[in-house]
Design a protein around this ligand. Structure first.
Ligand code: SAM
Ligand code: SF4
Length: 501
C-alpha cells in the first residue's frame, strides 16, 4: 500500500460515512424512486383512473416520466402520489449499474404486497431495464403487466388496453426517429422555477462499460424549433432556468426533418448554435446543459457560454479515468492529454467556470498506477464535485465481452473511497475560496433544513443558503458568501438583482 493511501485512510476515518454523504449529495439519491407530483387539468380527468409513477436513475428518466405523464393524462388518467389509490403503477427504471436494477426488483417485491390487496391494479416497468430485459421481465417478475422501452411510450394506451383485457403487453422497439418533440411534458411540479428540456435521445458512443447505447438506442437530435418553443413556453409560465438534456449534448446536430438519419446530410444547427438560440429566448432565462463529452466539446461552445450571461458557467465533463491506457480500454476515444487540453480551454475561455465529473473506480485491468492517474487528474481539474462509482459489469457491453472484471471488490471499494476523499477535499477547498465573494443566485425553494432560509444555485451550480427575509422563489438575488462547507455556501442577500415574478 502506498504511503499516499495510508495518509488518506487516516485523514478520513469515517470513509463510509463520507462516501455515503457525497453519493447522496451528488447523485441526488433523495430523488431516486421519487413519485411524480403534478397538477393535471380537471378536463383531463375523464376516465376516473389514477396512475402512480416512480423514477430511478438519470435526469433523462425523470424527464421521460413527464412525457409519460402527458401521454396518460391525454387518456384521462389522473395522477396520484399515493400508491394505494393507484389503478396503474409505473416504475421508470435504470440499468446503468447492477445495484440500480436490484433496487427496482426490491421495489417490485413491495408493490407485489400492495397488489395482493388490489388485484385489479396494473404494474408497468418503463425505461432502460424494460429495454434490457424485454419480455424476460414478465417471466422473472410475475406481477408485471406491461414492459415499455424508452422509445415506445406512445404505445402505452394500447398496451394498457391489452393488459386490462388480461394480456401482458410488451413494446421495446427502439426507434431512429422518436424524440417526442410534439409532446408537451407535464412538469414535475417541484418548484415551478427550474425544468429539464430533452434535446436529443440515445447515444452513438460505445464506451465499453456502458449499457446506454443498448437500452436507449441510436443518437437522434430533436427539432430545434420545438426546443426553443418549449423554453419560451416555460419562461411564460414563470420558469427561470432550463437544463438542456442529452447523453452527449455536444454532438447535437439538426439536419432537418427529412435528413434526420442521413449521415452525409449537412448540419443545419450544432450545439453551440442551439445553446445560443435558447439563450436568446430571454436574458432572464438561465440555461444549463448536461452531459458534455470531452471528445466533442468545442471552443465554439465555450465561447458561446462566455458570450451570454444567462448561460451558466458550469460544465459537467465526465473524465471516467485519468489514465490514457484505461481510457482506451473504456473506449472513451480521448486520452489524458486531450482531456487536460479541454480543461485548460475552459479555464482560458470561461475563467470562473465550475467543472464536475463522473469517475469510475476499478475498471477492468485498472492498475494502482492508473488509479493514481485518476487522483492526479482530479487535482489537475480541481472538480467542484463528482459522481463517483465503482465499476459494475453490465451484460452485453463491450467490456463484458472483451475484458475480465478482475479488480477485486475490496480494491474497487478502497480506490473509490480514496477518490471520494479526494473529492471531499477539493469540494471543501473550492467552496472555502468563495467566502467573501458575491454571487447572483436564482432562488428555487425553502432550504431543506429550515423554513426560515431559502436555497438556490449560483451560475457555477453551487447551492447557496441564506436567510429568507422577504425574498421568494423566482427572484434573482446577490448573495455574499460568509461561510462554506463541502456541499453548500452560506451567506446573506446584499441586493435584489431582478424580481422576475
Ligand atoms: N453520457 C454520459 C457521459 O458519457 O458522460 C454519462 C451517462 S451514464 C448514465 C452516467 C455515468 O454512469 C457515466 O458517466 C459513468 O461514470 C457511470 N457508469 C456507466 N456505466 C457504468 C458501469 N458499468 N459501472 C459503473 N459506472 C458506470
Ligand atoms: Fe454511455 Fe459513453 Fe454514451 Fe455516456 S457517452 S451514455 S457513458 S456510451
Amino acid at each position: 500500500m502506498s504511503p499516499h493511501r495510508i495518509f488518506r485512510i487516516f485523514a478520513f476515518p469515517k470513509m463510509n460515512e463520507l462516501l455515503d454523504y457525497i453519493n447522496k449529495k451528488q447523485h441526488d439519491e433523495s430523488r431516486q424512486g421519487e413519485a411524480l407530483h403534478i397538477e393535471l387539468n380537471e378536463s383531463d380527468l375523464k376516465n376516473n383512473k389514477h396512475f402512480y409513477i416512480e423514477s430511478y436513475g438519470c435526469q433523462m428518466n425523470f424527464s421521460d416520466s413527464e412525457i409519460v405523464a402527458s401521454i396518460l393524462s391525454k387518456q384521462g388518467f389522473s395522477l396520484t402520489t399515493n400508491i394505494f389509490d393507484a389503478d396503474l403503477v409505473l416504475l421508470n427504471t435504470c440499468s446503468i449499474r447492477e445495484k440500480a436494477e436490484q433496487t427496482v426488483r426490491q421495489r417490485l417485491r413491495s408493490i407485489n404486497e400492495i397488489k395482493d390487496q388490489k388485484p385489479g391494479m396494473l404494474v408497468g416497468v418503463l425505461g432502460c431495464m424494460a429495454e434490457r430485459l424485454k419480455s424476460k421481465f414478465l417471466e422473472e417478475e410475475k406481477l408485471v403487466d406491461i414492459v415499455v422501452g424508452p422509445d415506445a411510450y406512445r404505445s402505452l394506451p394500447e398496451l394498457l388496453e391489452d393488459a386490462e383485457g388480461g394480456q401482458k403487453g410488451v413494446n421495446v422497439l427502439l426507434s431512429r426517429e422518436e424524440t417526442y418533440a410534439d409532446i408537451s411534458p407535464v412538469r414535475l411540479d417541484k418548484n415551478g422555477i427550474t425544468a429539464f428540456i430533452s434535446i436529443m435521445r440515445g447515444c452513438d458512443n460505445m464506451c465499453s462499460f456502458c449499457v446506454v447505447p443498448f437500452t436507449r438506442g441510436r443518437e437522434r437530435s430533436r427539432n430545434p424549433e420545438s426546443i426553443v418553443a418549449e423554453a419560451r413556453d416555460l419562461f411564460a409560465k414563470g420558469y427561470r432556468e432550463v437544463t438542456l438534456l442529452g447523453q452527449n449534448v455536444d454532438s447535437y446536430k439538426w439536419k432537418g426533418e427529412e435528413n434526420h438519419t442521413n449521415k452525409e446530410a449537412e448540419v443545419l444547427m450544432n450545439f453551440a448554435e442551439l445553446l445560443e438560440a435558447v439563450a436568446k429566448v430571454n436574458p432572464l432565462l438561465r440555461v444549463r446543459f448536461s452531459t458534455s463529452h470531452p471528445k466533442d466539446i468545442t471552443n465554439d461552445v465555450l465561447h458561446t457560454i462566455a458570450k451570454y450571461d444567462n448561460i451558466c458557467n458550469y460544465i459537467h465533463l465526465p473524465v471516467q479515468s485519468g489514465s490514457s491506457a484505461c481510457l482506451e480500454r473504456m473506449n472513451r476515444t480521448y486520452d489524458r492529454d486531450w482531456y487536460m487540453d479541454r480543461v485548460n480551454a475552459i479555464r482560458r475561455i470561461i475563467p470562473d467556470c465550475g467543472i464536475s465529473s463522473d469517475i469510475i473506480a476499478g475498471f477492468c485491468g485498472e492498475t494502482d498506477e492508473e488509479h493514481q492517474d485518476t487522483l492526479s487528474m482530479m487535482d489537475f481539474a480541481q472538480y467542484d464535485y463528482s459522481y463517483m462509482f465503482f465499476y459494475s459489469e453490465r451484460p452485453g457491453t463491450l467490456a463484458a465481452r472483451k475484458y475480465k472484471d478482475d479488480v477485486p471488490e475490496e480494491v474497487k471499494r478502497q480506490r473509490l473511497s480514496e477518490i471520494v476523499a479526494k473529492q471531499y477535499d477539493l469540494s471543501l477547498q473550492n467552496n472555502l475560496k468563495d467566502i467573501g465573494k458575491t454571487f447572483t443566485v436564482l432562488i428555487e425553494k425553502a432550504s431543506k433544513k429550515s423554513e426560515e432560509e431559502l436555497s438556490g444555485r449560483n451560475s457555477q451550480n453551487k447551492v447557496c443558503i441564506f436567510p429568507k427575509e422577504n425574498f421568494k422563489p423566482g427572484q434573482y438575488v446577490n448573495v455574499l458568501v460568509e461561510s462554506a462547507n463541502k456541499a453548500t455556501l452560506k451567506g446573506k442577500v446584499v441586493g435584489l438583482v431582478h424580481d422576475y415574478n
